[in-house]
Ligand binder design. Structure first.
Ligand SMILES: Nc1ncnc2c1ncn2[C@@H]1O[C@H](COP(=O)(O)OP(=O)(O)OP(=O)(O)O)[C@@H](O)[C@H]1O
Ligand SMILES: [Mg+2]
Length: 232
């Protein structure tokens, strides 16, 4: 018991270190660039013509825009809360999940399979939150299989005592060992132009519904993303 508490604290500190490093990096870069741009503009104000002054002001404004986007992402994470839970019959729940998956794949050359193995129970969930999480998992899977030789995504569900497990499986490259411990951290991303929030928001929302999320690598390659939902 004692050792697992110690391990948890160690993980928490490591996670905080990583988040602070991201914040330092993001704000450090923009603040430095902003400082330099304004310094040059101020020192050369008399010598610069109007269009050069304007160009420097635009550069400064670009950096402020970047900070705003990052602040918006921080707000999105903070605001990700689960709405009221409802009891949803399994059949209609699954129909929605498959519909969402198909709409995400429209126009993309990606193979799709779906199967469910479950009794006609009901599940107690916040539907909007679950469909949002499924959207995040699909978005990641689509990104992972883009460029694969025979891209394929599978949506699956099965029951496990007390839970319904919903999985999104892809045949992309999988998650490299060195980033496995980081993928659930807010703002961790390897994707250009993305904010790295999908999985952290998903984990936050599932924990509010007494559920959980897990990502493991598949053999020979690919990722299996599973969300565990409570069955009533
Ligand atoms: N199915 C997957 N296959 C391979 N890598 C994945 C997969 N899902 C997530 N990852 C890795 O985990 C990282 C974090 O995922 P997450 O969804 O939190 O953020 P993102 O997709 O990068 O950005 P956002 O979700 O905000 O658009 C990704 O950048 C990617 O490196
Ligand atoms: Mg994502």
């Amino acid at each position: 018991m004692r050792s697992s508490a110690v391990t948890d604290t160690t993980h928490l500190i490591e996670d905080l270190e990583q988040i602070f490093s991201t914040l330092r990096h993001e704000f450090g870069n923009t603040v430095n660039t902003l400082n330099m741009t304004l310094d040059v503009l101020i020192s050369n104000y008399g010598a610069f013509n109007d269009s050069t002054k304007l160009e420097f002001l635009h550069r400064a404004s670009e950096q402020v825009g970047r900070q705003h986007r990052f602040l918006d992402a921080m707000r999105s994470y903070a605001r990700a809360v689960v709405g009221e839970t409802q009891e949803i019959p399994m059949i209609s729940f699954w129909k929605e999940c498959v519909g969402l998956a198909e709409s995400r794949l429209t126009g993309k050359q990606i193979g799709f399979k779906q199967h469910i193995q479950a009794e006609p129970y009901s599940i107690l969930i916040s539907p909007a939150a679950i469909y949002q999480i499924l959207g995040h998992l699909f978005d990641n899977a689509v990104d992972a299989v883009t460029g694969a030789e025979s891209p394929e995504i599978e949506l699956a569900a099965f029951t496990h005592p007390g839970s319904l497990v919903v999985q999104v499986l892809d045949n992309g490259p999988g998650i490299p060992a060195e980033i496995q411990s980081k993928v659930f951290l807010p703002f961790f991303t390897t994707r250009e132009g993305h904010s790295g929030l999908g999985l952290s928001i998903s984990r936050k929302m599932l924990s509010q519904m007494e559920g959980r999320i897990e990502l493991i690598n598949r053999l020979p390659s690919g990722t299996e993303a599973s969300m565990w939902l409570k069955i009533t």
